[in-house]
Design a protein around this ligand. Sequence first.
Ligand SMILES: [Zn+2]
Ligand SMILES: [Zn+2]
Length: 364
Amino acid sequence: MQIKAAVLREMNQPLSIEEIEIDQPAAHEVLVRTVASGVCHSDLHCVRGNLPTRVPAVLGHEPAGIVEAVGSEVSTVKPGDHVIACTSIYCGDCVQCLSGRPHLCVNRAACRRPKGASPRLSQNGLPIDQFADLAAFAEKMLVHERAVIKIGEDIPLDRAALLGCAVTTGVGAALNTADVRAGSSVAVFGAGGVGTSIIQGARIAGARQIIAVDLLDNKLDNARHFGATHVVNASKVDPVKQIKALSEGGVDYSFEAIGHPKVLEQAFYCLAPRGICTLVGAIPTGQKVELIAGHFYVEKQIRGCFMGSNRFHIDMPRYLELYRQGRLNLDDMVTRRGRLEDVNEAFRAMEAGEVTRTVLLLAS
Ligand SMILES: [Zn+2]
Ligand SMILES: [Zn+2]
């Protein structure tokens, strides 16, 4: 079947809108009509060559849509179901999966087609890579059934899409990875889609002080809207000094949501003793971080975080319930909507700091 997709052919070039071939679902696969697809910084990292990416590839990993067809063994969803898709596919059998950490599954290949099988996506007989095992910048997605979760039809799909990556990553970083305690103090570096989701997670957890740090005043205003109690413009003041002053000595939790080594250092230095710094942003492959070791004497910690340490079949229904209750704001996170053809403009707007999230609407 032919579909329209945005294809990455070459690093640092715009995605090109092309007709490609999508296969029929195999036994455990689901064909989804993509209705909405958020544009994430990780997609841009692929275009810029900051994340390892095979080309040609269809990017996009923050989608929601409607199931069109399912393979013979699929029992979790059926045609017509509304679903969110997430990159955190998991085998269910490895040590990480069995330890309750399916986001760190070491055998994701179990959810892919075996070597030698026909590719899910192709063009003129040549395979096209499916970024994040999703390839959401396309009219349809062909994914493993463990990549989707059914949701209620009351949730607008353009907002549900955000749970595919940004919200699950950010809220999960606060609630799962860092385990923010009620009454604590928090600093969040970066107030884009993931940063504002961390702020919301910290608010939901009951943090008493949430300090947002960014270089742009419009993003800091936005951060307040989502729950920041204080803001710091790091282009005007030293953020470490300012956070230490505001928190009377340092925060209990800090989050790096940009993906820059210097910012990670700042996020570490602004902690109180026993504070926990969580790295959520994607630091480009190969870059190093340097830290003054003395800070570890007061039991500060740094944690990695992948996709908000999600168990998305457990987390997403909870986050959607928080949305229904008005405690998780998804509505105001979608600051711009576009068509598939607008994906390159969405990257430009993201780099310029103009948007919290652009969501592409793909239903024709
Ligand atoms: Zn993402
Ligand atoms: Zn596994």
